[in-house]
Design a protein around this ligand. Sequence first.
Ligand SMILES: Nc1ncnc2c1ncn2[C@@H]1O[C@H](COP(=O)(O)OP(=O)(O)OP(=O)(O)O)[C@@H](O)[C@H]1O
Length: 257
Amino acid sequence: MLEIKNLVKRYGKGAPVLKDLNLLVQGEQLMSIIGSSGAGKSTLLRCVNRLVEPTEGSITLNGTDITKLAAKDLRRARRRIGMVFQGFNLVDRLSVMENVQSGRLGYISTWAAITRRYPAADIERAFELMERVGIAQYADKRADELSGGERQRVGVVRALMQRPEILLADEPTASLDPKTSEQIMTLLRDLARELNLPVIINIHNVTEAKEFSDRIVGMRYGRIIFDDKPAALDAAQMDEIYAGTPSEDRQEIGAVA
Ligand SMILES: Nc1ncnc2c1ncn2[C@@H]1O[C@H](COP(=O)(O)OP(=O)(O)OP(=O)(O)O)[C@@H](O)[C@H]1O
């Protein structure tokens, strides 16, 4: 369970971009964060693993307040938080298996990692996960030989190798074509259920968010102004979340009822 309480983020001496934000996320649900550009979606996601330092408030993951941790404990806590990126963040010249095993860095010895002598249990788990997401046949291929959708599957498996307690995905489909995007969203939704894993996705495409999420959080100017099931996201709510966003931009992302 992730519990965010009274979270405030200020960059430097600027006005807060997250304003006293509260959020509770439990297992087995795919939650999408939507909102216009600059609403604070990325900042919120990045506060959870402290890629961005929160200014005030607490972020508690299954009993551990992440905001209170010093370097060593923070490193340990970060292993419990999986992250999937828009640009996949793979090492192109390494194989799929090597990329996947990098999710276990911090668990295995540096020597084992350098010599690529991964524990048998890690190899077995990697194959199980790769088979689950449909990339096992590419284990020995270089990451840059794969398509975008396949690369994002590698990113997902790498994150799952950590056995995370929560999975954060920052615009995971923004670099993909519509059909592949749908496949990745389906995969993330199904994995949330299968692994009883809360998945939080920061996403621009409202059509996808509505189709695949169990819950949608709408942000505006650093605050949550909508938090409900997708079906509850009506025209009035959408107008509030996207007020000021040009209508052609809203059409493009499906931010119209
Ligand atoms: N490193 C930074 N330094 C200063 N201001 C920042 C920094 N990162 C983000 N901001 C500001 O914080 C606000 C929220 O940005 P954030 O990227 O979290 O929004 P977002 O909703 O994710 O936007 P987008 O959809 O465009 O990615 C914006 O006003 C942005 O300019």
